[in-house]
Design a protein around this ligand. Structure first.
Ligand SMILES: [Zn+2]
Length: 401
């Protein structure tokens, strides 16, 4: 073969290996027959690629599994137990956590700690960084990438603002003291939770999906074929800061009239003419409990918030044209307790032609660990790439000496 042909043959081989790896990641216990069928490979090609990936400790096969009445037994293809892992870290307004994830998306918690007080960024990030270094010490070169989910606006790897923590403009990689020469992917926690829903959750069948979560304010992201549309610097998806609210109200983000201020515990307190709550998420829970148990004023405040939520979702659906809208956090509770108010405002706000088949509002499949799952997906995107595979092969060669 000439040099150009060798290069082309190698490129085809790499693409075949990546296709199989991505398939095993998306379908953690697939069969060799299904894999070949889904990827349009001959049985021979599939067997050859799997053998190559097995030699690299990337996938393994186990026992024959009968495949229906006439089907021949086939082998189950799954992750190699000494294969690559990614580390994920999540920071929230009340705690931080670190976990590892395997090919196939299985998440194994490593550590979670509550903040004693709204801590200084240096202290909290140093503790998270120490936990990540422990993971690196335990997994060595099996650790291939790190994904980090953050509770605020993230732009070019910096946490621009995390209102609930009172943090501003924090360099995350520097704060964690990560010395690793591996991809570190930072992102907004709602964006990452949206990725998890689009890849493996409530929106897995939708080409275009909108994810919205309410905690303090509202976060979300538009997903196209599992990829988050986050703009030029990663700071897109700040739907809560669209001026769907009262133009007289200043928002901590610097704008006025943000939707954020109309859908959470701050809104409920204002509608009830109570002082601004110090912990809006907890305060919202208390008001919703009162509404559930028959308090008329709390019920009226809830219905107002529900209307604000439904109307804003309609605006986003008109603008973005998703097939499904996934709700998470307080939005699910609000939709459960005040479904008719949410739905009436949603339908009233939709353009007429959309009302015939409005995109369904569905609850998240991963309400508790979606951010970590999404961070793992984005970290694995870096691992299951040409560069990621090249580096794994190089390390495997070096280890073989
Ligand atoms: Zn704002």
């Amino acid at each position: 073969m000439e040099v150009g042909e060798v290069g082309r043959a190698r490129a085809i081989q790499v693409q075949g290996m990546l296709a199989v790896l991505r398939h095993v990641h998306a379908h953690p216990a697939t069969t060799r027959a299904r894999l070949a069928r889904d990827l349009g490979l001959s049985r021979g090609s599939a067997a050859e690629i799997i053998a190559r990936l097995h030699a690299l400790r990337l996938v393994a096969e186990s026992g024959a599994e009968p495949t229906g009445a006439r089907g021949r037994p086939t082998r189950v293809v799954h992750r190699h137990d000494r294969g690559p892992v990614v580390a994920v870290a999540e920071l929230s307004h009340e705690s931080w956590g670190v976990a590892i994830a395997h090919l196939g998306g299985e998440l194994c918690p490593v550590r979670r700690e509550r903040h004693d007080r709204p801590g200084a960024p240096e202290d909290v990030l140093a503790r998270m960084g120490a936990a990540l270094r422990e993971v690196q010490a335990a997994y060595g070169t099996r650790l291939r990438a790190v994904g980090i989910a953050l509770p605020g606006t993230v732009s070019d790897g910096r946490l621009v603002a995390a209102a609930t923590l009172g943090w501003r403009d924090v360099d995350i990689a520097r704060g964690l003291g990560i010395p690793f020469s591996m991809p570190v992917i930072t992102g907004n926690d709602a964006t990452m939770a949206g990725v998890a829903e689009a890849r493996r959750g409530s929106a897995a069948d939708a080409g275009v999906a909108l994810f919205l979560t309410v905690e303090v304010g509202i976060g979300g992201v538009l997903l196209e074929r599992g990829r988050a549309a986050t703009g030029a610097t990663g700071a897109g998806g700040e739907f809560g800061h669209m001026p769907f609210g009262d133009p007289a109200l200043p928002c901590p983000c610097g704008a006025h009239g943000c939707w954020d201020l109309e859908v959470d515990g701050r809104a409920l307190a204002r509608y009830l003419e109570e002082p601004p709550p110090a912990a809006p998420r907890t305060a919202a829970g208390a008001v919703l409990h009162r509404a559930r148990t028959g308090d008329a004023a709390a019920r009226a405040a809830l219905d107002r918030v529900a209307g604000n939520l439904g109307r804003g979702v309609a605006g986003l659906v008109n603008a973005l044209d998703p097939q499904v809208v996934t709700l998470s956090g307080l939005a699910v509770v609000i939709a459960d307790l005040a479904g008719p108010a949410v739905r009436a405002a949603y339908l009233a706000g939709l353009m007429g032609f959309r009302r015939r088949t409005p995109p369904p509002l569905v609850p998240a499949r991963f309400p508790d660990d979606g951010s970590m799952r999404g961070a793992a997906e984005l970290a694995f995107d870096a691992v299951l790439s040409e560069a990621g595979l090249d580096e794994w092969r190089r390390d495997a060669r070096d280890a073989a000496g």
